[in-house]
Design a protein around this ligand. Structure first.
Ligand code: GDP
Ligand code: ZN
Length: 328
């Protein structure tokens, strides 16, 4: 073999020793590979996980989740090796199965969660909504409520809409967006809420989540439809969550087939921290900590009496306080 020039030697040395480390977000997990992209850029790199990261034993079944910021060593032709998972701003998990103690991270580093509800056809139960909201609060993920199927509202349902707004917006302080996916009413405001953010869409089956995503971005509907069908094949298939770019800006994650997120373990005294309208009054209770049940001089009970905290939310709170073991 001919002797290499100094320059050639250096090039070989550089290729072996100096690998470029880049930062990106995990947008999809395919089982053996992770697709990453440096959001908001959409240019996918196929990565594998460095061995030692894979082996880390934890309470979660997946060491890397969609939304994770990672460092990877780039190789040629759009490939790389993930070497580090950067600390998560937040994440949401659910139990792998009902019996399992292990949890699956659905997604991390979310800017917001949209809980899609319907007041009729089907009605989303307050109990479900409140548990969902508490879980998001506990995970430190901002949550907004989308009321879908607003086209069905007639005079007779106006009252239930008024009541819903009072409970969740005026008293609890959650932003509510009223839309119709089917009739494309007010979809632009959902688009504008999504711009520049990573958003997760959730809701019980039948609320029109697929139709809503379809009207947000028709290109995307095809893809999310595939996921839903895939999921329906059986309970043994694993759902791989995925980040999709919206053509109007921002990124979304769909959660097909999710009935709710597991409530994370918390002390009884802590539960009211996740009801914003109660948390606000924390310093006004005579006793600290206060469970807002039997304690004298309780500001929360006083607020329920004067109507600034709604009965509905307080009843939910009490039921979660008593029944919390069931939901762990
Ligand atoms: P998903 O299970 O949440 O994904 O719900 P789908 O998108 O499959 O919708 C469930 C049903 O509700 C379908 O029959 C839709 O046509 C209907 N639907 C969805 N969005 C709307 C809406 O905005 N208004 C009305 N009236 N029906 C809707
Ligand atoms: Zn109290």
């Amino acid at each position: 073999m001919a002797k290499l020039t100094l320059f050639q030697q250096f090039r070989i040395f550089a290729a072996v020793e100096i690998k470029k480390t880049e930062q990106a977000t995990v947008v999809k997990h395919t089982g053996s590979h992770y697709l990453v992209s440096n959001l908001p850029e959409w240019s996918l790199i196929t990565c594998v996980l460095r061995g030692k990261l894979r082996l880390k034993e934890g309470v979660t079944t997946n060491p890397v989740a969609v939304g994770d910021r990672v460092l990877y060593e780039s190789e040629d032709e759009g490939r790389g090796v993930i070497t580090e998972i950067l600390p998560r701003k937040n994440y949401i998990i659910r139990k792998s199965t009902n019996l399992s103690r292990q949890a699956h991270i659905i997604a991390s580093n979310l800017d917001q969660v949209f809980l899609i509800v319907t007041l009729n056809f089907p009605q989303t139960k307050f109990e479900f909504i409140d548990r969902f909201l508490v879980t998001c609060e506990a995970y430190k993920v901002p949550v907004k409520i989308i009321i879908n199927k607003i086209d069905l509202f007639t005079k007779e349902y106006d009252q239930s809409l008024e009541m819903f707004r009072h409970i969740y917006n005026e008293s609890a302080g959650y932003q509510i967006i009223e839309v119709s996916g089917l009739k494309s009413i007010n979809i632009e405001s959902v688009r504008s809420e999504c711009r520049g953010k990573l958003s997760l869409f959730s809701g019980i089956s039948g609320v029109g989540k697929s139709s809503l995503i379809n009207s947000l971005d028709p290109m995307l509907a095809l893809k999310t439809g595939e996921i839903s069908d895939y999921h329906k094949q059986g309970k043994h298939t694993t759902t791989f969550y995925e980040i999709h770019p919206l053509s109007s800006g921002g990124f979304i994650i769909d959660t097909p087939g999710i009935k709710g997120f597991g409530l994370i373990e918390m002390a009884k005294e802590e539960l009211s921290h996740y009801f914003p309208e109660m948390f606000r009054l924390l310093d006004h209770c005579r006793f600290a900590p206060c469970t807002h049940t039997h304690e004298p001089g309780c500001a929360v009970k006083a607020a329920v009496e004067d109507g600034s905290i709604t009965e509905e939310r307080y009843v939910s709170y009490l039921s979660m306080l008593e029944g919390e073991d069931k939901y762990r």
